[in-house]
Design a protein around this ligand. Structure first.
Ligand code: SF4
Length: 230
């Protein structure tokens, strides 16, 4: 099976504080959030990776070379839980003596459950994005199923069972119960996107966990209409 092409950010001071980290961005996503800034990762050119991407083994070699400088590696996307060998990747990064942070949209709770099953594949930190109320995730699905750009990855528009909202609830519960370091993250979306009910549903998902709300910055959105929303 051909290896995936990923985008490597060699050094970041902001993605996994307090560590200096490397970041691996995996292409492909099972959502199409209209405000997404990662067009090249979500919709990579057919047959090729996103611009600037390299093979995963080359990216890992680059991280290994910098292991003396780095404290951790962020595995991000797109949606990295679509990559079928994610557990092996986490274990390999650990073997380099580096910590692992996983960024996810939480729609693949079965993958998280698998990672939590063994200490060597359990991420040191998880950041789960809470986009909107679980019941509204159907609004964010791709218009139609499409092949995954990650070799061996799952179809981007298909869920292992239940609804995307149910998958999100399960992931949030798994992460809260894991005892591991984690945070929930949301964007403060403009244009009256959130109802009071949405906010209450998000707060319920976050529970007592850290919940970071960042401002929405227009520019380069998947749906250009979002660049014009004030
Ligand atoms: S989950 Fe949404 S914001 Fe994140 S990469 Fe996918 S489409 Fe973009």
């Amino acid at each position: 099976m051909p290896e995936p092409r990923v985008v490597l950010r060699k050094t970041s001071l902001v993605d996994y504080p307090p560590f200096i980290s490397g970041v691996l961005f995996f292409p492909g996503c099972n959502l199409r959030c209209p405000w997404c800034h990662n067009r090249d990762l979500v919709l990579p050119a057919p047959g090729g990776g996103p611009p600037g991407s390299i093979g995963l083994s080359r990216a890992l070699a680059g991280l290994e070379k910098r292991r003396g400088l780095l404290g951790g590696v962020v595995i991000s996307g797109g949606e990295p839980t679509l990559y079928p060998a994610l557990a092996d990747l986490i274990a390999r990064i650990r073997e380099l003596g580096l910590k692992v942070k996983l960024d996810t949209n939480g729609l693949r709770p079965g993958v998280l459950e698998g990672l939590f099953a063994a200490p060597q594949t359990s991420p040191d930190y998880i950041a789960l994005d809470l986009k909107t109320a679980p019941e509204r995730y159907v609004e964010l699905l791709p218009p139609e199923p499409a092949a995954s750009p990650v070799p061996g990855g799952e179809n981007r528009g298909r869920f292992a069972g239940g609804t995307p909202g149910a998958a999100l609830r399960r992931s949030a519960a798994l992460i809260r119960a894991s005892g591991g370091a984690h945070e929930f993250r949301s964007l403060e979306l403009p244009g009256g996107y959130f109802t009071a009910g949405d906010r209450a549903a998000l707060a319920e998902l976050a529970g007592d966990s850290p919940w970071k709300i960042r401002p929405f910055i227009p520019g380069g959105c998947l749906d250009p209409a979002w660049d014009r929303i004030a």
